[in-house]
Design a binder for this molecule. Sequence first.
Ligand SMILES: [Cu+2]
Length: 627
Amino acid sequence: MNGVKKGWFTPLISGLLVGVLIAVVFFVNFKQLNSANNSKLGANESAAEKTYVPPGKLDTYYLFASGGHSGNVFVYGVPSMRRIRTIPVFTPESAAGYGWTTESKKMLGKFTWGDLHHVAISETKGEYDGRTLFATDIQNNRAAAIDLKTFKTVDILGPIANLNGPHCAAFVTPNSEYIFLPTRFSAPIGHEYADVSQFKEKYKGVMGAVQYDFNKKKLHLAWEVMLPPWSYDLSDAGKKSSDGWGVMSTYNTEEANTTLEVGASQNDRDYLVIFNWKGIEKEVAKGSYSVINGAKMFDPVKTPGYVFLVPVAKSPHGVDVTPDGKYYISSGKLSPTATIYDWEKTFKAIKNKDFQGEAKGLPVIKYESVRHKEVEVGLGPLHTQFDGRGNAYTTLFIDSAITKFNIKTGKVIDKIPVQYSPGHAAAAEGDSVSPDGNYLVALNKLSKDSYLSVGPSHPESLQLIDISGEKMKMLYSAPADPEPHYAQMVKADKIKTIEVYPKDTKRPNSVWKEKDAHIVRHGNKVDVYGIAVRSHFVFDAKSKTPDVVHVNQGDKVTFYITNIDLDEDITHGLGITSYNENMEIQPGETNSFEFTADQSGVFPLACTNFCSALHQEMTGYLLVKPK
Ligand SMILES: [Cu+2]
């Protein structure tokens, strides 16, 4: 009996053990597949502690993330990964009345969308200075400046002449002298008609150098550089010992003009374009340019000595200058290695004319002369960030991972999975001369099954990684609207926002006292100079119905409204029913919109930004008398 019992019992125990083991294995796999939050089991608590920002406490970083084809910038707090603001830039946004106010309409022009790809914080001595955020629109060839005192777009330049898809922009130089906009698409310069069969002869690439006047808050095009008909992808400015230089990646050196998926992947090597922007600036000042569509166009073939090519693995995306300015790192999307290039060796090779020939009239520097190390990073390397301790972090699109390696030795130190397909990554102060080395955010193109289902299309994701130790640790995963493309992370104490707009009584069209609100009529033009204050509007102080505006059908009506509540966060809005008009007026701000009163009748108007207990009562009427 004992034997039988034993014989029966043993398989039962073994079976249970196997069952438990299988369950554990499946559970572990399930966890790993469905939650990349934890690269190690049991890391939950520490990750939670590291990202938890209790009520009443503030995050230590701002993350400015490009909103891709949303046309906007999304602002997150790090480490909580809470989204704290959407800044409308290239796309109307009704919450802010952006796209309806006179000023924002003027900035947007005829465009109602944009593809906002790269953001860049202004720099002083290579450090993020927290003054301004720049962004570019790859779709409609524009550049924008966002004032970080108010988090508002203050200028849009463009469409900029001769540019076609400034993808890699914006990257600023160490003292914000320039924002470079190299373009992804080649096309005939000046929108001249030429069939794609004439691609090699008539099509050109162009890089635009844009400047920003910090006092006038205005962008302007300084000059452009004519380039071969290739696709220019990312760029970065030199720093410290390499200041004055820039580098950009280029693909389709095959000059394919159709079916690029195949055509642009033929050559083993493409190029990095190395350019001496301080030299070009001097040449342009001397008059070495031709004017094309109003732009000063510098031709590096006609004026040699400023633009050079360096071979790189095929179809490169990122190219990034190390914080010390000594190296630049790039890789081919279709190659598993990243190359670390040496700036000093590059300058020496240029000086010694250590060239292996030329392409389209531009000298090609010998690869072996400028290479520092090749690193086996993994599949699909796209973009590299830094920790300030001599390490680099490269996103791997195909592997869905990030590889950490030492810049000096080229030795791979660690690799962490992300969910899934990271494009760029942003380290804390990561593009500056002194990265903080504590956080890295992976900007993932896919998030399959990471969040509650929202239908066939899944959210993208931002994953916060702790890079303070030898090994990387996944801390948090936040869903994101399409498409997180590029981001920069800046210390929160560098951003000095204002509490209210200053009470500027000289500001055009502003009214600061309720009794001064008035309406001016000239023929069919009606200008309303009103105020918004908790919790009412005054458009005409002398009227018995101060919150009612009477106009005649067909009148051209402008509302100038000043928010005279000079308290932080007391924002008002003004929307007119059925008239498709809305604006936000922040404390101390004056905003306006204008329209033709083509519909007759009674149109209630109201405050559109919740402002007080009597917000619902903050209303009035637009009365349009029929013709
Ligand atoms: Cu209000």
